[in-house]
Design a protein around this ligand. Structure first.
Ligand SMILES: [Zn+2]
Ligand SMILES: [Zn+2]
Length: 193
């Protein structure tokens, strides 16, 4: 019975530890993009960030990496799966990345699925981000990491509103204070600092 308090305190100290974030080059990306990614995550989420040396795709250049297939081959799942006990892996690439979009039209029974080019995609603990346009990087990272922590798309003036992330970034970024704009709900869920 004497072992119990030790086990409990060990569990508490492990579970209260901040989640680790690892940055990987998926194939090609600049050192500048890696550094900006590290800074952004440290500044806005207060998480510990490590830069990994491993390249995941080394056989030639890609255009249109299918993140669904890739995530399945790397981690064995293609859906949203988040575990607080595991690190978050961020994969950066200059290639085009694609994901799928489900569309259900009003009055339509069937859902159509189409492949779309995206700036980023989150599968819980793994996040893929295109770094080609460095001005979009901060927004995309914060949007995708917020998905990892459980935030969904919303209709408010908020970084989780996909209308604004695609076209009107000035509505979701406070340029005076250099920080993202969140609605109340998404701010709580996203775990942003
Ligand atoms: Zn999104
Ligand atoms: Zn929101």
């Amino acid at each position: 019975m004497k072992k119990f308090p030790l086990l409990i305190s060990l569990f508490i100290s492990l579970s209260s530890q901040a989640q680790l974030v690892r940055i990987h080059k998926l194939n090609d990306c600049s050192q500048y993009a890696i550094e900006q990614t590290k800074k952004t995550i440290e500044k806005y989420f207060g998480l510990q960030v490590l830069i990994s040396e491993k390249n995941y795709i080394t056989d030639g250049s890609f255009d249109g990496i299918d993140c669904l297939d890739l995530n399945e081959s790397l981690f064995g799942y293609r859906n949203f799966q988040f575990k607080k006990s595991k690190p978050i892996d961020i994969f950066l690439t200059t290639s085009k990345i694609t994901s799928i979009e489900r569309q259900t039209n009003l009055g339509d029974e069937e859902t159509t699925i189409k492949k779309v080019n995206v700036n980023g995609v989150s599968f819980g603990n793994s996040v893929y981000v295109k770094t080609l346009d460095i001005s979009k990087l901060k927004c995309t990272l914060i949007h995708e990491l917020s998905h990892s922590f459980g935030a969904e798309h919303c209709q408010n003036i908020c970084i989780m509103n996909i209308q604004y992330t695609l076209k009107q970034r000035e509505k979701i970024w406070d340029y005076v204070h250099d920080k993202p704009i969140f609605c109340k709900n998404c701010r709580i869920t996203s775990k942003i600092k």
